[in-house]
Design a protein around this ligand. Sequence first.
Ligand code: FES
Length: 144
Amino acid sequence: MVDFDEHIARALIARHAAREGPLLPILHDLQAEFGWIPEEAVRLVAHVLNLSRAEVHGVVSFYHDFRDAPEPRPVLKLCRAESCQARGADALAVHAEAVAGDRIAIETVYCLGLCSVGPNALTGRDHLHARLDAGAIDALVAAL
Ligand code: FES
């Protein structure tokens, strides 16, 4: 999780504000940047897009990808898209859940852009892990 920064949030919102259907791309960028979507960000998005805060909240709470509170645990994001799935990502996810217990949040993402070297995972904002196997998951979980 990163502390909320209004200047960064405004820049992320401005990146998509003029496009058609800007709300989801904006929320994805805010989620990626801060690890959750703080109330201040909801207020900004609503203001810029001329929506009510309730409308923005509704979208945030509808999609599992978006958090309205920070995840207190370390997060391991496992890719479950096609290429990684073909390389055993589903079994790896079951293993990761078992090893992580309640101490680490295991989340699913769909493609990290490293398809040829999967199964892959992401920790932190941009720490990519490739060619994962059960042993590598054990080491990652231990390190988080
Ligand atoms: S399918 Fe997993 S990185 Fe692309």
